[in-house]
Design a protein around this ligand. Structure first.
Ligand code: ZN
Ligand code: ZN
Length: 415
């Protein structure tokens, strides 16, 4: 009998006493996290029935990023100089042939990360790098430490305060290199540093660096001459420059998103075009013309070959990433012109389960579309100006009473 057997036996008994299901249940849970454009609030909405589960008050209007695991959602409050973390309440435990799901109430965690002008956030494999535009260091920490209520971030020098980005790796980080003449200009490349801030290997030049995303084993940074592709095998991460192909018109990407379940990147390429990037192809770049200017774009993590683009005419477009073309379009909102300030309230997209959610900040609602039929199927009223949105969730097993869960013992972990 190993030392885990007793607590498991007790929890099995308690579960039976509490009237827990005897058989395994398959549970599907999805939550939306929605930040107001003007107010310091983040609402948590059940994506399956539209119920508001909680409204968290933070310090300033937030931009939202979720972790890969979905256990945490980060509320980056640039104007309030702080980053708050929300425990999504949905956690998965990998059991090899299936995943277990734990569903708890969402909660605002105690740990915050303060600094001047928090900016780009990158998380990979449970490691987080939080950038601050107003600080000459970036913070590196683990998602698990935050969930445990521990604040043990490593502060790593980035030479000078600038609008850049840091990417976390095991034992290392990749950080942007500030423009040596004027740090307020775009970074001029990227370098690998260790957690003491010491440079590892050579700087890799890439002028005009802005925009980053991960897909599969590769993290990409966009710049004016192409992409920097970062991978880590066993030692320090390696950075490779992938130049834009000569067939592309003049331009560059400055915002990237990365495919889930299929390795690709999509970048903006001027206001009304996108570029599809498959780094493994000989000709890695394919241009996609949009009918009008782009407002927001997002990948579908469930139906891997689709990404969605919302355009200023109020339409949502389904893009088939394999074909490299727009396959369906549907009107969702009134027009949202891209004239005006870049940060005016405009729709944002999130995908959860078999639905696509589009915020409509000027109408105080979220449109719900069926992802397969690609048609609006409902809407959720949200007071104020619902703006940034991320979704967390999935399905898993909740094991019932007496059968317990024997392979927890084999894996040596109980939950
Ligand atoms: Zn299990
Ligand atoms: Zn930026």
């Amino acid at each position: 009998m190993n030392k885990l057997a007793l607590p498991l036996a007790i929890s099995a008994i308690l579960s039976v006493m509490a009237g827990g299901a005897v058989a395994d249940d398959n549970v599907n849970a999805w939550r939306l996290f929605v930040a107001d454009h003007d107010k310091p609030t983040v609402k948590v909405i059940d994506a399956l029935d539209g119920d508001t589960l909680n409204t968290f008050t933070v310090k300033g209007p937030a931009s939202l990023s979720r972790s890969e695991s979905g256990a945490t959602v980060f509320a980056i409050q640039g104007s309030a100089n702080t980053v708050s973390v929300i425990g999504s309440g949905i956690a998965f435990h990998d059991h090899g042939d299936h995943a277990d799901i734990d569903v708890d109430p969402p909660k605002l965690l105690s740990v915050t990360f303060d600094g001047k002008k928090p900016g780009h956030f990158v998380e990979r494999q449970g490691k987080v790098a939080q950038w601050f535009d107003g600080e000459s260091h970036a913070l590196f920490f683990s998602e698990q430490a935050v969930l445990d209520g521990k604040k043990d971030a490593k502060s790593v020098s980035v030479v000078a305060a600038h609008h850049g980005v840091a990417v976390p790796y095991d034992g290392y980080g990749v950080v942007s290199i500030p423009n040596p003449e004027d740090a307020s200009k775009r970074p001029i490349g990227a370098r690998v540093v260790d957690m003491a801030g010491k440079k590892v290997g050579n700087d890799v030049a890439c002028a005009g660096l802005h925009g980053s995303a991960g897909s599969g084993d590769t993290y990409a940074l966009a710049c004016s001459t192409g992409l920097l592709l970062i991978t880590q095998k066993n030692a320090a991460p390696e950075i490779k420059h992938l130049p834009y192909s000569a067939s592309l018109p003049e331009g560059s990407a400055s915002t990237l998103i990365g495919g889930k379940g299929m390795q690709y990147f999509i970048g903006n390429y001027g206001p009304d075009r996108l570029v599809l990037i498959d780094p493994t192809e000989a000709d890695s770049f394919r241009l996609v013309q949009l009918p009008v200017r782009r407002v927001h774009f997002a990948v579908d993590p469930v139906r891997s070959k689709f990404a969605y683009v919302f355009t200023e005419d109020g339409k949502l477009h389904q893009m088939d990433v394999i074909k490299g073309e727009i396959t369906k379009s549907v009107r969702v909102t009134e027009p949202y012109s891209m004239d005006g300030h870049w940060n005016d309230p405009r729709p944002r997209i999130a995908v959860a389960d078999d639905k696509i959610f589009v915020t409509d900040p000027l109408k105080s609602k979220i449109h719900v579309l069926d992802a397969v039929a690609f048609k609006e199927s409902g809407e959720i009223s949200v007071e104020g100006r619902p703006f940034n949105i991320v979704a967390v969730g999935g399905s898993g097993k909740v094991h019932g009473g007496e059968h317990g869960h024997e392979h927890h013992n084999e894996e040596g972990k109980a939950h």
